[in-house]
Design a protein around this ligand. Structure first.
Ligand SMILES: Cc1cc2nc3c(=O)[nH]c(=O)nc-3n(C[C@H](O)[C@H](O)[C@H](O)COP(=O)(O)OP(=O)(O)OC[C@H]3O[C@@H](n4cnc5c(N)ncnc54)[C@H](O)[C@@H]3O)c2cc1C
Length: 125
C-alpha cells in the first residue's frame, strides 16, 4: 500500500487510473527493483474526490478550527455521545485518537445515562 500526498497527488488528479499505475510502477521499480513490476492487483482510491471526506484525515482542518471549535465536537447532544477520532483531545485524526475518543465517549455515556435516572442493565450471566 502506498500514499500519494498533497500537491503530488493533486497533480495526478486528471490522469486515468492506468496512467497513475504506470507512474507508480516506475517508482516501485526504482525503489525495490524489477520484481516490483509484477503487481497482482491495483486499487486506486482518490480520497480527495470522496464526497464527504474530500481528502485524507483532517483534510478540512485549517488553523484555528480545532483549537477554537474542537471541543464542541465532543459535547454530547442529549443522550447522543460522539466518539470519532476528531473529538479526541490527543491524536485526533489518527487511529489512536479514535480509540481514546471511544473510551472517553463510553465513560461519558455510562456516567451521563446513569445520572439521567436510567436504570442500569445488569449483563446476563
Ligand atoms: C487515506 C487515509 C489514510 C490514513 N492513514 C492513517 C495512518 O497511517 N495512521 C493513522 O493512525 N490513521 C490514519 N488515517 C486515519 C484513520 O483511518 C482514522 O483516524 C480512523 O479510522 C478514525 O476512526 P473512527 O472510528 O473515528 O472513524 P471511522 O473509521 O471513519 O469509522 C466510522 C464508521 O461509521 C460508519 N458510519 C458513518 N455514518 C454512519 C451512519 N449514519 N450509520 C452507521 N454507520 C455510519 C462508517 O461507515 C465507518 O465505518 C487515515 C485515513 C485515511 C482516509
Amino acid at each position: 500500500m502506498g500514499f500519494l500526498k498533497a500537491n503530488k497527488a493533486r497533480s495526478l488528479n486528471d490522469l486515468t487510473d492506468e496512467e497513475v499505475q504506470g507512474l507508480v510502477l516506475q517508482d516501485l521499480i526504482a525503489y525495490f527493483g524489477p520484481r516490483a513490476a509484477s503487481v497482482q492487483r491495483w486499487v486506486i482510491q482518490r480520497w480527495n474526490r470522496e464526497e464527504y471526506s474530500r481528502g485524507c484525515h483532517f483534510a478540512f482542518c485549517p488553523p484555528n478550527i480545532m483549537t477554537v471549535y474542537g471541543k464542541s465536537l465532543a459535547d454530547p447532544v442529549g443522550n447522543i455521545y460522539f466518539a470519532g477520532t476528531e473529538v479526541s483531545d490527543r491524536w485526533a485524526g489518527f487511529l489512536e485518537g479514535a480509540i481514546i475518543a471511544g473510551h472517553a465517549a463510553a465513560e461519558a455515556a455510562i456516567k451521563g445515562l446513569s445520572l439521567s435516572g436510567r436504570e442500569e442493565v445488569e449483563p446476563k450471566a
